[in-house]
Each structure stands twice: as C-alpha cells, then as structure tokens.
Design a protein around this ligand. Structure first.
Ligand code: BGC
Ligand code: NOJ
Length: 817
C-alpha cells in the first residue's frame, strides 16, 4: 500500500491517507521553540527542553495511538454534525485528505460535507510560538454554510515528568487567564516561574474553554467533546484540574467563500521584576507579549514569516546540492537527510515518537556525532554546541554522558564512565575546524563540569580526552570499556541480575579488565585528528607524539584485536573474547569492522585485514535490509554481557540492523575502493529507496530510523525508532564525504569520489568557508583515481586549496579513471 509520495520540487513529502502504519511525523521550529506534529495533527510543543518546559501534553504508551495534539473541530450548525479536518481525533471518512510535511512546516487539508479545511502549522524564525493558519472554504454550489470552529490544546504543567506523575499536587495548581480572546496558561506563575503560555485566535470568539473536563464532558475523549457536540463552549475558567485552551468561532460562508482564521500557540518569558501587571496583583503583565500576538495575527505578517522560513531552508540546503544518476541519493542528500541532521542536532535523542522527552537530554556522544552532519549548515551553532559539550567534560577527561538542554548541566543521574565519550569530542572539534578553519575555538576558555574557575583552553580539553583513554587500559593494552562504549548495551562490567536495573548505571565490577576494540579504533581516529590539527598549528613535535600514540594503539589492535577473519569486538571481565569465532554466539560484530578500517588499520598491510574484515562482514552480517549488528544473535540472557542479550534476537543491539553502524561500513568500503558495495549498502537502508516497502518498513519513508528488525526477528525489515538517531549524521557523512568524496580538510576541500561502476559522474555545488565550489565529476575509467582541474588549471593531488581572498566561485572539473 502506498501512503504518499515525494514532491522533490516543492521539497515536501505528501501523505495521501491519514491511516499511515504509524504516525508519520515532522518537526516544527529549529531554534528555541519546537513542536512534533504527526500527519493527523498529533504531537506536542516545548520551549528548548522537552522535559522541563513542555507547553502541551502528549500521552505515550497509551491507546489510542497518537493522543494529544493541535486539534480543530468543524461543526455544521444546521445538522449538528462535527468532524476533525486532520482526521484525528474524530476519524471521520474524509475526502481528499492530504498532509504535506515540509521543512519546518506541515499542512493538512481535507474535505468533508462540502467544506474544505486546510491548516498550515509552522514556527516563525526568531519567535517562540507556532502559527496555525486555517483556511475554510465552502465548496457547496448553492448553500450558505453556518459553521462553528473549535480549537483545542491541552496544556502541560511545564515539567513533563512531574506532569505525568505528581497528580496529587498538579490537579490543584492549574491557573489561567482569559483576556481579549487570548487564553493564558500560567500555572506556577504566582510563585517562581516567569514564563507562561498563550493561545490566541484572530477572530471574535463565540466562547472559550480552559477547563478540560468542561470542554470534553465526563467520560468523553477528544473524539467527542461535549462542547463541540452541543455547539457551545462553557466559558470555563480552570482552577486546578487540567487546564486547556479552546476557542469557539462562528463562521458563515457563502457558496465558494473562503475565510482564514489564525491561531497562535506560544511561550513567553517576562522579566522577573515586572512579571505582574500591577504590584501586588497576580495578573500576568501582558505588555511584553501583546505586540507579538498582534503582529502574528496579521495575515500579511504570517505570510512574510512563512516566506522567510522557506528562504532560510533554501539557503541552508543550498550549502550542498548534488545531481547524481540516482534519485534516492539526490533526495536524501539535497533535502531529507540534511533536514534530519538539523533535527538530530537540535534535539539529540530527547523528543520523538520513540523518545518521551523526559528521559534523555543531550547525549555527549550523540551530540558530538550529530554535529558531523550539521556543521556545514550553520558552523556558528556547531561552535556553540562544542563549547556546551566540552563544559560538561570532567577534569579527568571523561564526560557526563548527558546534559539537560535548558540548564546545560551534566546529568548526575547517569553520570560518566562511558569510556568512548571523550573520543567523540575530538572528532566533533576536528570536523568543525575542517569546515570552518576557525582555530580561535581551540583557545576558548571552557570549564570542566561547568565549574567556574576550572577553565582551560578547549585544546587542553581535547588533550585530556586522549589522556583519559591512555590512562585507562586493560591487560592487553586496549582501552577499558567502562560502563559501555558506543554500544550502550554491551555492558561488560554490569553483571545485573536485578530486574529493572538500568544496564547503563548498575555497574558492579571495578572495570579494570574488560577492554574495547571499538574505543581503540576511536582513539586512533582521534589521535590522528589531533596530529593533523597540531601540524596545522605548526606544532610538529606534538604532532609526532599523536602519531606515535595512534601507531602504538594500532599495533595493539593488530596484536590483540584481530580474530583471524575479522576484528574482535572486546574482551570481557574474565578476559574472554567477545565477537570472536571462538564465541558460541555473537561471533562477529559490525562496529569494529567499520571503525578499525576507518582508523586505517589493516589497509594495505600484508594480510589485507581491512579487505578480509569487510568480506567476512558481507558474508555474515549483510542482509537485503541492511547490515546486522552481530551474529549469531544472543539467544538468551548473558549476565556478563548485559543489555545486548536482553533483547529478543533481531531487535536493537541484539542483531538488529542498527542503522547507525551501516554508514561506517559504507565509509570503510569506500576507503578500500569498493564504490559499488558502498553505495549498495547505502541504498539498503535509504528510506526513500525503501518507500515501496512501506507495509513492511512502516516508519516514515523520508527519514532514517534507528533500527530495522534483523533477520532473526519475525518481522525482518520493519523499521523502528525513526528520526532521532546518529544514523542521520553518519549517512550524510558517508554519502557526501566518502562515496561522493567531497571532504573538508584543514587545508582545503578534498575531492576523492568512490562511485558505483555504473555512474557516469555527478555534479555538486558546495559552499566551503564562504567560497562556492561548482564540481563536475566525470567517470572516464573503471577505477577511483582522480585528476582535478581547478578554474581551468590542472591540480596536483586532490585537495583544492582556498582561492585568493575575494574570489567566491571556483569551478572544479574532476575525472575519475
Ligand atoms: C538502547 C540503546 C540506548 C541505551 C541508552 C538502550 O535501551 O537499546 O540503544 O543507547 O538504552 O539510552
Ligand atoms: C542509542 C544511543 O543514543 C547511542 O548513544 C548509542 O551509541 C546507540 N544507541 C548504540 O547503543
């Protein structure tokens, strides 16, 4: 079954049935105010932090699915019939339902009873509010229609975790104000909060509601609110219980007539000293917000804000555009993959339809990796993110595993001890430096654990990252794994037999034995980046030291991290191998094959380890739906391995297709020169290429999912956990930098494609350090050798140096032999 299609020209995905296999969502907002919105208007909004500043409610893990949203109801005043133009929550049989998910906006249109309703939802740049722009048209040829329009949002009492659990208090604290048709949600404003939410409507109101139960009526859900059924609001004022915002507007439409209604849902902060209207009153001072509301209730300002948003995205995507022989590649690179990189950069793993928004804030390793796919779009934001992340690093070079976006403080509940974390900071900073050339970031004074007085230059933070690994090595000289490395579920020090223990924090061993080949590879990658940075800074001696560190670690991996046919995964607490042919289960893992080859281990050496590892992977791990995390799957729980063996075979880290790792293999295949194989793997998990498998894949066809069920699972090929995954950034890196081969380096833009044999070439435009490169690649032979001509002059090597100051356009012709 097809649920929609891509509209590449308009940069939209068009959903043509509301009953998609799962809610297919989009994100609104890309700065401070965010919303999740499904194809049937479900979802919620928050300011900066999905846990601590939740504006509206959403119910996870509850039936029916996708409950809570930006709801509108239309009611025919003559017949009393009412329906939701976004299908949910009333789920009437709509005609002509279409949902367009675009870049930072969603439009849902439908027809019912000869009424067409179309709502455009978006967050204007620079504002902390969302606009719902509703257009209602009477399609009836002869009848004037008298309609009621009702809106409804349910407010969250700010801290989404507390909101979902602390009822004994929360059912008594809700407070609102209604003023001139604007509903203000101000729970806890009387005490320490200086912020409130508001819900405004452009029309004169027939009525309103702010108490949920008055609007819905007892024992009713969102599908049948009593106020809508009756055609009349109660003008309720919430005191305690559950505050909501609902407007009621009357609308009469002559045949063919259209009318527009604008709703604004926003978040606003007041200066603490002038938060109240008059000293001594508890009324919100609205002088600061009223001009904003008035501004965005003007249709011409809404139009202008929408046009600005479109321009903004056109410019961001314009940083890198390609034209290749493959539509799926173009679509992902030019649009959806880049867009997903923005979303993962903004939200890390906090808020999606698979991440509740209350559990995880910004992950240290996650955000460092997300930056890799984002840095070329807005380098200045990447710079700030690096400084925020580095400020949660600890004195010993380790790092808090997560921090809350609102406070930017490390999260004590999870702490540190994930021994791969530090390496990712080095890789992120290296990516930023290559993209921007901005060496000043290395001198920025950054604290440890956000403690004033502890500041050192960022460069020293990076040095401490490497030292952290060097000082924590095990019996073979390989890095100790700590609580976990990249694979959060390989918990070699946990030994948990207590149900409900968190595998990530319940560490029970001292951690001085279990070692990780993955961290070794990451260390080598990081040390090599540090060597290149030192050389670039003119510090040859330092550079040599980093090279030596990398070489020592490489020798250790070759001596103790090679299993004969592939790279080993780890040594466990007993000193036994993990990911070895010797093991009963879990004999070969994907991560070390990818990362070791990327780190340059075994390329061009006598035994051809890189080639061998990739051939073994092809044999044991590659499936039509992507590359499995390991094989054979763990069939039972192993105390000494932890969470990885807690999953049923084929899911998540237990032999699922954990998509994040797949691009490492694409990169590795490109490094050894296999363009066909690299692009073939790329295509297997490419959501656009999987669109035709919709009934199996089930998740959105326009974004990557974290996981596709592995071949040990009954539903092999089914995707899960869409949107917030490191898969976005790494696929972007794999296709743009390694297959298409356009790579920023400290010295200039390197162009070294490793293309499929059948490709005759491709063209690209890439903005790099303010210069626009027009790149035309042509295949003239079967290999991967390149010859570059820059502005008509042949170039030695494949790194295009920056042009003389003032030149902003560069033409690069590339032939591949
Ligand atoms: C998941 C991992 C995740 C970890 C930490 C586990 O349950 O399987 O993918 O990294 O939780 O949140
Ligand atoms: C998801 C987590 O967010 C990420 O940090 C981790 O590397 C992967 N799962 C693998 O376990």
């Amino acid at each position: 079954m097809r649920y929609g299609h891509f509209d590449d020209t308009n940069r939209e995905y068009v959903i043509t049935r509301p009953d998609t296999p799962l809610p297919w969502i989009n994100y609104l907002g890309c700065e401070d105010y965010f919303g999740l919105i499904s194809n049937t208007a479900g979802g919620y909004s928050f300011y900066r932090d999905a846990r601590l500043r939740r504006v509206t409610r959403y119910r996870y893990n509850n039936v029916p699915l996708d409950c809570g949203g930006r709801y509108l109801y239309l009611r025919d005043e003559k017949t009393g019939q009412f329906w939701s133009p976004s299908w949910q929550p009333t789920r009437h049989d709509l005609e002509g339902y279409t949902c367009w998910h675009g870049l930072g906006y969603t439009v849902i249109t439908s027809r019912y009873a000869s009424i067409e309703a179309s709502t455009r939802y978006f967050v204007p740049l620079g504002a902390t509010l969302e606009i719902w722009q509703l257009t209602v048209t009477n399609l009836h040829p002869s009848q004037t229609r008298h309609l009621s329009v009702f809106s409804a949002v349910e407010f969250c009492l700010w801290d989404a975790w507390d909101d979902a659990t602390n009822f004994q208090r929360n059912l008594s604290i809700g407070e609102v104000e209604v003023d001139g048709g604007v509903i203000y949600h101000k729970t806890e404003y009387r005490e320490r909060r200086n912020h409130f939410a508001y819900f405004a409507c452009s029309e004169e109101l027939a009525g309103f509601d702010t108490q949920r139960d008055a609007f819905l009526g007892p024992y009713r859900g969102w599908d049948r609110p009593a106020a809508v059924e009756r055609g009349k609001s109660c003008n309720s004022l919430a005191h305690g219980w559950a505050p909501l915002g609902s407007h009621h507007v009357w609308l009469s439409l002559a045949p063919g007539e259209s009318r527009q209604i604008t709703f604004l849902l926003g978040y606003h902060e007041n200066p603490p000293e002038s938060k109240f209207d008059a000293p001594g009153s508890l009324t919100i001072n609205k002088q600061t917000v009223k001009p904003l509301i008035a501004h965005f209730l003007q249709p011409e300002n809404v139009q202008a804000a929408f046009a600005r948003l479109r321009d903004y995205w056109a410019e961001l995507l314009g940083q890198f555009q390609v034209e290749t022989p493959d539509v799926h590649t173009d679509r992902m690179v030019n649009l959806w993959n880049a867009y997903q990189c923005m979303v993962t950069f903004n939200l890390s793993r906090s808020a999606s339809y698979f991440e509740s928004g209350v559990g995880r804030g910004m992950g240290f390793r996650d955000s460092n990796q997300d930056l890799l796919g984002f840095v070329h779009m807005v380098p200045a934001r990447a710079r700030q993110r690096i400084l925020d992340l580095a400020a949660t690093q600890l004195q010993d070079g380790g790092a808090y595993h997560q921090y809350q976006p609102l406070t930017k403080q490390g999260n004590n509940a999870i702490g540190g001890g994930f021994n791969d974390d530090p390496a990712w900071l080095v890789l992120a900073v290296a990516a930023y430096l290559k993209e921007s050339g901005d060496r000043s970031i290395l001198d920025e004074l950054v604290p440890y654990d956000n403690r004033p007085g502890s500041e050192t230059p960022l460069l020293e933070h990076l040095q401490r990252c490497l030292r952290y690994t060097l000082e924590r090595r095990g019996p073979h000289g390989l890095p100790l794994i700590g609580r976990a490395d990249w694979n959060d579920c390989l918990n070699l020090n946990t030994f948990s037999s207590t149900p409900g223990d968190s595998f990530q924090t319940a560490t029970s061993r001292d951690g001085r034995t279990a070692e990780s080949v993955v961290i070794a590879a990451l260390f080598i990658l990081a040390a090599k980046e540090m060597a290149a940075i030192a050389r670039w800074l003119g510090q040859a001696e330092q550079a040599q030291q980093y090279d030596n560190m990398a070489a020592d670690m490489e020798a250790t991996v070759v001596a103790y991290g090679w299993d004969g046919e592939w790279f080993l995964r780890a040594y466990d607490d007993a000193g036994d191998k993990v990911g070895s042919a010797e093991c009963e289960e879990g004999q070969i893992y994907v991560e070390p094959q990818g990362l070791c080859v990327m780190a340059g281990i075994g390329s061009g050496d006598g035994p051809g380890r890189a080639e061998k590892a990739l051939a073994s992977l092809r044999q044991h791990l590659a499936t039509a739906h992507g590359i499995l995390l390991q094989q054979p799957a763990y069939s039972r729980y192993y105390l000494h391995l932890g969470e990885i063996s807690s999953y049923p075979p084929g899911y998540k880290e237990n032999a699922g297709i954990f998509c994040h790792t797949n691009p490492w293999i694409m990169i590795a295949e490109a490094i050894v020169g296999h363009g066909d194989q690299a692009h073939d793997y790329y295509q297997r998990i490419n959501p656009s290429a999987r669109e035709e498998l919709g009934d199996l894949h089930r998740c959105e066809p326009y974004v990557y999912a974290q996981m596709i069920a592995g071949r040990d699972a009954p539903n092999h090929g089914e995707a899960k956990n869409s949107w917030l995954t490191g898969t976005a950034a790494w696929n972007y890196v794999a296709i743009t930098q390694w297959i298409l081969g356009i790579r920023p380096t400290l010295q200039g833009l390197q162009i070294a494609p490793v293309l499929p044999a059948g490709w005759t070439g491709f063209t690209a435009t890439r903005t790099f350090r303010g210069v626009r490169y027009h790149i035309a690649v042509q295949r003239v032979g079967p290999g991967n050798e390149v010859q570059l001509t820059v502005d008509g002059q042949p170039l030695a090597g494949n790194v295009v140096p920056l042009p003389a100051a003032g030149q902003t356009e560069v033409q690069v012709q590339v032939t591949v032999h």
